[in-house]
Design a protein around this ligand. Structure first.
Ligand code: ATP
Ligand code: MG
Length: 392
């Protein structure tokens, strides 16, 4: 019998009816993959609960706990003490496993769930017994069923009983891989990593497309994007990272297109290039980190001009988010520190003094004619740099 396990609670995925089995299979696979470097664990599911059980001494439960907190599809997780299904054993285990929080609390209550209906005591009886035992062992405690400092939870399940405290909120969402594949246009900024994370949370597997214009943008800027992707990969799983060279295309736009339209023209080429990469990679949609009104290229009119070249759906999960909300998520997923490192992006080189904030499609299309877009696109896509990025 293991001494301690991690219990994971499943959310929405439990509601998926006939698809439930396949959702659960993907989830278990994702959890196992994330736990690989934390030691030997067995991962199995029963009745909307996933059991993460250490298989040998060296299995690192602290690390495993951190890892499972980043797996989409898990709404809650908690470490639990394990014991035989015997009332005295449960009382003793609750007292020892939760000794520290029980010492610290002034008030408590016990809640019990009994999924093994053959267990000879009903849930309220078990709660009452455990409560009594704890009051005897920790005389400073008082019972408060409405607003206790600590809720002791007892679960009597198939093979063992478990005792634990509060369930911590998990990463939520649905398992990555159940929602198809999409290509995220990733820069080194704050927004696109958050946008990527949001879509992964909805089950989407990510391919990342990054535009670089060396020597105007440095290899360090590209490395920065890679470091960001490693953080996103903690949640999203491994990500294929594809770098497209935009130097020649950008020089041509700078030299030949109307300068006040160059930003929106560049963005149209980004979308075109990303879409071709996406199709080759089997992606069904594009993702960007745009947020309405944030900069000149993110007005309704500019977005409309950019979108006009897309044939795949373009998802902009941050379109209605304020910067403060985006920053909050960036902190939460640990991308903030990297994002604010000052590096040039291909969007910020050659920026015109007066970009048009309300571009008109017909003028943008005319302005684009100054360059041989198709040839330049092909040239860019000829030499892609591709690598896999894994969670750090
Ligand atoms: P971010 O914080 O994501 O950089 P931003 O507010 O700086 O966004 P822009 O630089 O205009 O805004 O970029 C808007 C979106 O275009 C980005 O969120 C990203 O999806 C995409 N993008 C920008 N630069 C690049 C790049 N070099 N490679 C790939 N995609 C990019
Ligand atoms: Mg940017």
């Amino acid at each position: 019998m293991p001494q301690e396990v991690i219990l994971l609670k499943l959310g929405e995925i439990a509601l998926k009816g006939l698809n439930r089995k396949s959702f659960e299979d993907v989830l278990l696979k994702n959890i196992r993959r994330r736990l690989q470097s934390a030691g030997a664990f067995s991962v199995s599911s029963r009745q909307s609960t996933v059991y993460v059980v250490p298989e040998e001494e060296s299995a690192d439960l602290d690390l495993a706990e951190e890892r499972v907190s980043q797996v989409f599809g898990v709404v809650g997780y908690v470490r639990a003490g394990v014991c035989e299904k015997d009332l005295d054993a449960i009382c003793a285990r609750a007292a020892s496993y939760l000794e520290e929080p029980l010492e610290e609390a002034s008030t408590f209550k016990v809640e019990c769930k009994r999924s093994d209906k053959k267990f000879p005591y009903k849930s309220p009886e078990i709660s009452a017994e455990v409560g009594h035992a704890l009051l005897e062992r920790f005389p400073h405690l008082q019972v408060d069923v409405h607003n206790p400092d600590l809720t002791v939870r007892v679960e009597v399940r198939e093979r063992y009983a478990f005792v634990h405290g509060e369930v911590k909120p998990g990463a939520g969402g649905i398992p990555v891989g159940t929602g198809g594949k999409a290509a995220v246009l990733i820069s080194g900024g704050l927004d696109s990593p958050v946008a990527a994370w949001r879509m992964a949370r909805r089950g989407v597997e990510l391919t990342a497309v990054h535009f670089a214009s060396p020597p105007y943008t440095s290899e360090l800027a590209r490395e920065k994007v890679k470091r960001l992707l490693r953080r996103v990969a903690r949640y999203a799983g491994r990500i294929k990272f594809i770098t497209v060279n935009f130097t020649h295309l950008q020089e041509e736009i700078r030299d030949k297109c109307p300068s006040e339209l160059s930003t929106v023209i560049l963005r149209r080429f980004m979308l075109r290039a990303a879409e071709r990469v996406a199709r080759d990679e089997g992606c069904a949609a594009l993702i960007t980190g745009e947020s309405l009104g944030q900069v000149a290229s993110q007005t309704l009119q500019a977005i409309a001009c950019t979108d006009a070249v897309a044939t795949l759906p373009v998802f902009r999960p941050l379109i209605g988010s304020d910067k403060a909300e985006i920053v909050k998520t960036a902190y939460q997923i640990d991308t903030y520190d990297i994002s604010i490192e000052p590096f040039e992006d291909c969007c910020t080189i050659f920026t015109p003094k007066h970009p048009r904030t309300k571009p008109i499609l017909h003028f943008v299309e005319a302005g684009e004619q100054a360059i041989d877009g198709e040839a330049l696109l092909e040239e860019s896509l000829e030499t892609l740099e591709t690598e896999w990025v894994y969670p750090d």
